[in-house]
Structures are given as structure tokens and as C-alpha cells.
Design a protein. Structure first.
Length: 116
């Protein structure tokens, strides 16, 4: 069973930065496009950013474009999300998973709270 462990969240003031990490315990990690998602109690889980297998292509939700950067390290089976210029509306629990197709069991996520 695949395990996803997200970390790096915290409390930050608006305009600040955080770097999230996701560790995946799967042998074939490099075969999957990966993505970050986020969820608040009032909204369904939404797409944030994705990265292709070979890291050449990245995709972002309009709400984070120009502020967030997704990256991956296939050798370490890690996915990262660099978040800059954070806004209060970025407050959510952040999760990583495969970009599409049958998704792996969700991890516990990491809480990001942005104060105004």
C-alpha cells in the first residue's frame, strides 16, 4: 500500500512563504505525474498544481499561478510545493497524490494557515 506523508505546513503571515514536502513510499514513483491539492472545511478538495513524470511540464490553478512552484525529486520519491506571497485564502490542508487516474490512499495532509 502506498503511503503519502505531507509536511512543511504552518502558520505564516500574509505575504510570507512556506515549502511543503511530500514523501511517497512507492517503488514506481517516477512513473506517475504528481499533484498537490488542498481542502477547507467549506470546500471540496481542489487542484493546486501538478508536475509531469519528467518534470518538464507543470500546471497550476489560476488562483496560485505565479506564486506557487511545484517540483519533484524522483530519486528521493519526493514532491515539493514552494508557496510565496501567501494569502489568507490559501489557508487549507494540503495533500499530494497522483495527478489523475485511480488515486492512492490520501495522507494526513499538512495544515497551512495564513493570517491577515
Amino acid at each position: 500500500q502506498v503511503q503519502l506523508v505531507e509536511s512543511g505546513g504552518g502558520l505564516v503571515q500574509a505575504g510570507g512563504s512556506l515549502r511543503l514536502s511530500c514523501a511517497a513510499s512507492v517503488r514506481t514513483f517516477s512513473s506517475y505525474a504528481m499533484a498537490w491539492f488542498r481542502q477547507t472545511p467549506r470546500k471540496e478538495r481542489e487542484f493546486v498544481a501538478a508536475i509531469s513524470i519528467n518534470t518538464i511540464s507543470t500546471y497550476y490553478a489560476d488562483s496560485v499561478k505565479g506564486r506557487f512552484t511545484i517540483s519533484r525529486d524522483n530519486a528521493r520519491k519526493m514532491v515539493y510545493l514552494q508557496m510565496n506571497s501567501l494569502k489568507p485564502e490559501d489557508t487549507a490542508v494540503y495533500y499530494c497524490n497522483v495527478q489523475s487516474g485511480p488515486q492512492w490512499t490520501w495522507g494526513q495532509g499538512t495544515q497551512v494557515t495564513v493570517s491577515s
